[in-house]
Every structure is written in C-alpha cells, then in structure tokens.
Ligand binder design. Structure first.
Ligand SMILES: Cc1cc2nc3c(=O)[nH]c(=O)nc-3n(C[C@H](O)[C@H](O)[C@H](O)COP(=O)(O)O)c2cc1C
Ligand SMILES: [Fe+2]
Ligand SMILES: [Fe+2]
Length: 403
C-alpha cells in the first residue's frame, strides 16, 4: 500500500501481514491477517513510531523509501518492545547506526536483553515533550498495556494518539487505513474485540487507567499499531475498549455462551435440547464445539456474556479435554464471575462435573445447575434438558435485574 499522509508531515507507512498463521504463535489470523502500522513524523527532525515484525523488514523499507531515507531518520520511538513492533530494529541499526531509540526506562533495559542494543538509546519520562520542528510530541507511560514497558506517543500539534497495541485489532487493512473509508466497520470491531480478549484482556485495569489518563487530552485521531486509524469517530474505539474493560469487573451482557464437546453424539443430542430451552426464553446463545473451534474465537463470547453453559461428557474421570482447555484459558484471561451450568453424558461413574467445579472455583463462576445422564439421553432426559436450559436463561436474565 502507498504511504499515506495523515496530517502535514505525519505519515502511515505500515505493512499488512497475510502470511502469519498464528499471531504470538497461538492466535489464528490466517483468515483475517494483521497490519503492523508504522508512523513517520517527517519534520525538521524525523522520527519513526514503532516498527514491524522482522520478516516484514524489506517491505517496510520500501514503504519508508516512498517518503524518506532511512539514513535521515533521527529517532525511532519504541512504544512497545514486543517483536511485532521491534523485529526490524537490528537490521535497521545495521543499515543506519545513528538514529536514537526512545522508549521508557524499562524499554532501555529490554533493548539490551532482547537485542543486545545499548548504544544511542535514550529513556524518556512520562510527560516528556520533545519538539521535532513544527510537530511536538508527548510521551504517556502506560505500563502493562500489555507489557511493563509500554507507552503511547501523543502528537500535540495534530492531536493524534499513537497508542500502539491499545485500541488495535486483528484484520489486515483492506485497502484503506481510516475508519471513514469503510461503510461497514463490523469486521474491524469484531476483530478488535477478539484481539482485546486474546491479548489485552488480562490487563483491564491498566486499560481503564490509561483511558482515565487520556481523559483530558484532546484526541482527534487514534492511530494504533494494528488495524484501523480512527479519524471519523475516535471516541468509538475508546468507548468500545472502555466497555470491554468494564466487563471484567462489572456486569457483562445478557447472553449465554454454550461450549460443548461430544465423542459419540450423546452430549450433543442434549446440547440441542438445552439450546432450545435457552432460546425459548429469548436469551441469545452462541454455540461452540470446543474440539473444532479455536479458543481465540470462543473467548470473545465468554467475555461479553454473563452466562456460560458447559456441555461435556466424562473423559477418563474428567471433563472432555477440549472443554477443560477453554475454561483453563478463560482463567488465564481472568474471565471471572460468570453464571454457569453444566450438562453431560457419562458411561459408568462420571467425574466431569467434579472436575468442572474444581476449575471454576478460582474464577468465581457460580454453578447454578447441572444435569448429568448415562449414555444416550432418553426422551424424558431431553425434556428435562429443555427445561434446564430455560431455567438457566431465566437465571441469567434475573442476574441483570439484581444488579
Ligand atoms: C476415551 C473415553 C474415556 C471415557 N472415560 C469415562 C470415565 O472415566 N468415566 C465415565 O463415567 N465414562 C467415561 N467414558 C464414557 C463416556 O462418558 C460416555 O460414553 C458418554 O456417553 C460419551 O458421551 P458423548 O457421546 O457425548 O461423548 C469414556 C469414554 C471414552 C470414549
Ligand atoms: Fe503487544
Ligand atoms: Fe502488537
């Protein structure tokens, strides 16, 4: 894509990555892709804000060459050390050893431990405001968003917030870089939520702290390092992030995430009856086969819904492993305080329910009901299953009234 001038002397010079299958070696993006957005302040002093993954270095240098020469760059501002934004750094230093790297004091330490870089590194304080000509910047430390060294860079002159991972999302750019270039933002909003839950969710309190810190800063443009630049309505992505972060402590939405697994269809047969009962009550339900759906796509549903229905047969005295893995990941991502219920088939002595109780105790999921049966569910079992689903949906709605 061509370099794009966002404001006078401020350019987007990012690259799309459509070949990485798993972001952070874990989260699928083969369908969606991701962008590494780099920004150039092309003033009397020239500064790059964040870089790209190592494998994209050549493409990035071509992008930069459209506007400036690497050897003219005075500063590289590192908002965040994760290699999706710093992978190109060592190569760049070999080509142009003279630019100064700016980052938080922790970034300075990490540059040494990650890349052995100690020369021409300058730590910046929260609030430092360098002037690069007509353009003044300000650094805002935002620790643990989502690493300890993270900061944001604010362009005071043009009111642009270069927020790095915060307010970013999966999804390669489809030809445009701005929110106002897309008539429908659903794809980017959905992928921003998936990214938020996969990458940032554990750090909701730093998200809210950062939003608070920025409350008095006039922001016309949010320019994250992944995904869209929000120019038409920067408040939209800030409000989404705030809303998602608040779900961690406040109440989530009225809805049920139904996660199930089934080896021979017995639990699956019951799943249909339970889902029918939930739907009968008018509560939205999203259904995931845990063995066939990557956790990355289940977590956003768990994050936004206050109800979790778990369907699992007993497997060697425990939950069906793919179902257990989803709950374990939900715990890692601190998806807490959900209303839960469990159903499932077993063959002789069971054990899935016992295992579930152990897993959900630390994350404070309240188990309000359970329905276990032996082998294939009878007609009577299925009738009970539908009622069980409806009762749970009513409890999920009730939780709303109580708050
Ligand atoms: C590999 C395997 C391990 C199992 N382990 C247990 C067990 O430890 N305890 C038990 O009560 N049933 C166990 N079962 C029986 C299943 O829970 C039972 O067949 C159930 O109906 C399967 O439901 P599904 O068709 O939904 O997978 C096991 C079945 C399989 C195939
Ligand atoms: Fe990151
Ligand atoms: Fe990132």
């Amino acid at each position: 894509m061509p370099a794009i001038e966002i404001k006078p002397n401020v350019y987007w010079i990012g690259v799309n990555d459509r070949t990485t299958d798993l972001f952070e070696g874990l989260w699928p993006i083969e369908q969606e892709g991701i962008s590494y957005n780099v920004y150039l302040i092309n003033d009397e002093k020239k500064a790059l804000i964040d870089l790209v993954r190592g494998m994209k270095t050549d493409e990035f240098l071509d992008q930069l060459a459209q506007v400036a020469d690497l050897t003219e760059i005075d500063y590289v501002i590192i908002n965040h050390m994760e290699p999706d934004h710093t992978g190109a750094l060592c190569t760049l230093r070999k080509i142009a050893p003279n630019f100064t790297i700016l980052g938080t004091p922790k970034t300075k330490d990490m540059l040494q431990s990650f890349y052995g870089i100690t020369e021409n590194v300058q730590a910046v304080n929260n609030g430092d405001s360098p002037c690069f000509g007509a353009t003044s910047l300000q650094f805002v430390h935002t620790p643990f968003l989502h690493w300890p060294e993270t900061m944001m860079t604010y362009d005071v002159t043009h009111r642009i917030l270069f927020s790095c991972d915060a307010f970013g999302g999966y999804g390669a750019l489809r030809g445009g870089v701005f929110d106002d270039e897309y008539p429908d933002l659903e794809f980017y909003k959905r992928e921003a939520l998936r990214y938020f839950v996969n990458i940032i969710a554990k750090f909701t309190s730093p998200v809210l702290k950062a939003i608070k810190k920025l409350a008095d800063v006039p922001v016309d443009i949010i320019a994250p390092s992944h995904g869209l630049i929000w120019r038409k309505n920067p408040g939209e992505i800030i409000n989404l992030y705030r809303k998602w972060a608040e779900y961690a402590t406040g109440s989530a939405e009225v809805g049920v995430t139904l996660i199930y697994g089934s080896m021979y269809g017995n639990t699956e047969a019951m799943m249909n009856a339970v889902a029918h009962g939930i739907t009968r009550e008018g509560v939205p339900v999203e259904i995931f086969d845990a063995a066939r759906t990557h956790i990355s796509y289940i977590l956003p549903s768990l994050w936004v819904n206050r109800g979790v229905m778990i369907g699992s047969p007993t497997y060697e005295g425990l939950l069906f492993p793919p179902v257990a893995q989803v709950i374990e990941m939900a715990a890692i991502k601190r998806i807490q305080r959900r209303k839960a219920a469990m159903f499932g088939s077993y063959g002789w002595s069971g054990g899935a329910l016992r295992h579930l109780k152990k897993l959900i105790e630390p994350i404070k999921w309240e188990l309000v009901d359970s329905l276990e049966f032996i082998g294939h569910p009878s007609e009577e079992d299925l009738r009970k299953g539908e009622e069980f689903g409806a009762r749970f949906a009513a409890a999920v709605k009730e939780a709303e009234k109580g708050e």
